[in-house]
Design a protein around this ligand. Structure first.
Ligand SMILES: [Zn+2]
Length: 225
């Protein structure tokens, strides 16, 4: 039995899930045109499910999602994978805890990326979700694994599930694709709030011990048991 057959039911579910999550990108004003994508790792196989290249969010269906290996080679699907697939694949290959990856050029977060400036941890929400500042990754050209390498190197050094790739946009990770989408929505929201706060003065820092306490509580105790 081929790998594709053994994980066929999982891939079917993930195609539906990843297709549905793409609707969250325009709904949360994170994307224009086709410039943003969600992927999910296929548990039990070195595969991922991702958006096809250049398909409008209105036309996204479970059946036009594509499956690639962790070198971004097409394994299943009729369309070519997103041009960001190699960056997603590199993340799955090198960060085994990651089950979902999202990429956007959302406006406020990308404005911080354009300046190469991390978003400082000046809101309890930033401490909760990101555990500290939202870091900046290196400038990297699309085409080889340099975007992936920059994402992995930056995220390994921080608790944040989001990285602002310099002059480019946002990549977020999560234990699953939904968590990565949530991090992308939160990242844009706090980028906007801190940007607005800056217009009238300097946002106040939060003590490191309080950042740690907030992060620990949110990550371990928040929500429904
Ligand atoms: Zn991009």
């Amino acid at each position: 039995m081929s790998v594709l057959q053994s994980v066929g039911a999982t891939i079917k579910q993930l195609r539906a899930q990843v297709a549905a999550l793409h609707a969250e990108l325009p709904r949360n004003a994170l994307v224009v045109w086709t410039a943003g994508n969600v992927s999910a790792r296929v548990p039990g196989a070195d595969l991922l499910v991702i958006k096809p290249s250049g398909v409008s969010y209105d036309d996204i269906r479970p059946e036009n999602m594509v499956v690639t290996d962790l070198d971004a080679n097409l394994v299943d699907g009729d369309l070519s994978p997103s041009s960001d697939t190699s960056a997603h694949a590199y993340v799955y290959k090198h960060l085994p805890q990651v089950g979902g990856v999202v990429h956007t050029h959302s406006t406020y977060a990308t404005a911080w990326a354009a300046r190469g400036e991390p978003i400082p941890c000046v809101l309890t929400m930033i401490a909760d979700e990101f555990g500290g500042e939202i870091p900046v990754g290196p400038f990297a050209l699309i085409g080889d694994d340099s975007i992936g390498r920059g994402i992995v190197a930056t995220l390994r050094a921080h608790r944040s599930p989001a990285v602002l790739m310099r002059n480019h946009g946002v990549f977020t990770i999560g234990p699953n694709a939904r968590a990565a989408v949530k991090a992308a929505v939160m990242c844009e929201d706090v980028a906007r709030t801190v940007h607005i706060a800056r217009q009238l003065g300097a946002p106040l820092p939060i003590r490191q011990s309080d950042v740690d306490a907030l992060y620990d509580r949110y990550q371990n105790a928040y929500g429904q048991a």
